[in-house]
Design a protein around this ligand. Structure first.
Ligand code: MG
Length: 99
């Protein structure tokens, strides 16, 4: 395994950790705290793991493995995603799957 593969494995793990905490939030609520670990609310843990993703992405960018976007390009991607999510949220309402 080389460094790129190592960092990509880390990125994959961090994405899975976000996914796990989103699942917990859907099942038990954003404000729920796991009584066994007491690490924080599900909402806090989602955010924490999101920042872990950002940290690993930065390491990949620092090594030139993936490119670092300009601020403008990053905002464009974010705005575009927000528009698509909003659009499909409306579609879900029309279909009756989102109340
Ligand atoms: Mg993590």
């Amino acid at each position: 395994m080389n460094k790129t593969e190592y960092l990509l494995a880390c990125l994959s793990e961090e994405c899975a950790e976000v996914q796990k905490n989103v699942g917990k939030a859907l099942r038990f609520g954003l404000d729920d705290i796991d009584p066994n670990t007491k690490l924080g609310t599900n909402g806090e843990l989602i955010l924490e793991e999101f920042y872990h993703i950002c940290a690993v992405v930065e390491l990949l960018q620092e090594d030139g493995i993936i490119r670092k976007p300009s601020g403008y390009w990053k905002r464009e991607m974010e705005n575009d995603k927000k528009k698509r999510v909003t659009k499909f949220m409306e579609y879900s309402k029309q279909k009756g799957t989102l109340k």
